[in-house]
Design a protein around this ligand. Structure first.
Ligand code: 3HC
Length: 295
């Protein structure tokens, strides 16, 4: 039996968190989104407001609907504002240490019957569940970027997850209009298990001179029907995020297909994190992206 969810807490209003908060508010939930400081919170809420305004401009929603969605979202920098949430989803940086410290603190504040969920891309859910103080009410809810658009949510059951918490998470994702697919607690779950080696192989293909950045991307779009080529997608996901995910997966499986290609390692040293930093496989400083001549 699924638990009743009315109020949802979202930790982090970055690339994923702002979208997760928006989707929950659009589905009618009261949402509290927490960031580390006012500036980060303002950026995250600003992103949501921009997306809501775009939907009105395009005639996909009315101004009243957009205002109602915005009205259901409260921003905060204080964990205590999440105390009475029924479900808390974390979308902070992909660092196990940071997540563990956060859950320990939150467990003291948030009502004991609330379900905790991690949006981790690759870390084992059980490692977070074990320190959360509520291992039976801990799940993975893995959204895809952009969360407002991508249909899938992977619902991850770890060894301690109760039937009730799992049913609650499945039901919640479906109530947002998402396709909820259950997966086991294995690094990368379903999508990243397949997608990450593909993206890394695209980098290796570039290193081997199979094609230029643009040629590899255009080939996969036109030849395989993908909406974005793999190097554009790597920039879109964030090269830092891709680097963290592949490190976790390499650690877990010890297979070359999950290893960081040298080009990715060097780009990260240069601070080229993809679209978010303005530079990745493409340079985003102009009107349209152009291939980065520095790689
Ligand atoms: N928020 C809300 N809506 C957005 C959006 C955003 N950030 N970005 C795009 N959209 C909407 C647009 O408003 C538009 O809506 P409309 O068709 O109703 O007008 C629609 O999406 C299409 O957008 P555009 O016309 O601007 O551009 P595209 O047709 O190129 O689509 C895209 C953009 C949806 C991002 C598409 O290129 C795509 O699907 N790319 C692949 C994305 C992908 O693979 N994501 C998964 C990454 S892996 C991941 O997230 C897992 C993690 O663990 C790493």
């Amino acid at each position: 039996m699924a638990q009743q969810i009315e109020k949802v807490g979202v930790l982090g209003a970055g690339l994923m968190g702002h979208g997760i908060a928006q989707v929950a508010a659009q589905a009618g939930y009261q949402v509290v989104v927490r960031e580390v400081d006012e500036a980060a919170l303002k950026r995250g809420i600003g992103r949501i407001e921009k997306q809501l305004a775009r939907a009105v401009e395009k005639g996909k929603s009315t101004q009243e609907e957009a205002d109602a969605v915005r009205g259901r979202i409260q921003g905060t920098i204080d964990y205590r504002d999440l105390a009475d949430c029924d479900l808390v989803i974390e979308a902070i940086t992909e660092s196990l240490q940071a997540k563990l410290e956060m859950w320990k603190e939150l467990n003291e504040i948030i009502k004991p019957e609330a379900v905790f969920a991690t949006n981790t891309s690759s870390l084992a859910v059980i490692d977070q569940a074990a320190v959360s103080g509520r291992p039976s009410r801990f799940v993975g809810l893995h959204y895809f970027n952009p969360a407002q658009v991508m249909k899938l949510v992977e619902v991850v059951r770890c060894v301690t997850t109760s039937d009730e918490a799992f049913a609650t998470a499945m039901e919640f994702a479906r109530s947002e209009g998402k396709l909820a697919i259950p997966t086991k607690d294995k690094a990368g779950f379903i999508v990243n298990r397949l997608l990450v080696p593909y993206l890394l192989d695209a980098v290796r293909a570039y290193e081997e001179g199979v094609g230029s950045v643009g040629e590899i991307d255009e080939a996969m779009k036109a030849g395989a029907g993908h909406p974005m080529g793999p190097l554009t997608l790597a920039d879109f996901v964030g090269l830092d995020t891709l680097g963290s995910i592949c490190d976790v997966m390499f650690d877990e499986f010890r297979e070359r297909r999950f290893a960081r290609p040298p080009t990715l390692r060097k780009m990260l040293s240069a601070g080229w994190f993809g679209r978010k930093s303005g530079m990745g496989f493409y340079d985003y400083s102009g009107e349209t992206p152009t291939e980065n001549p520095g790689i």
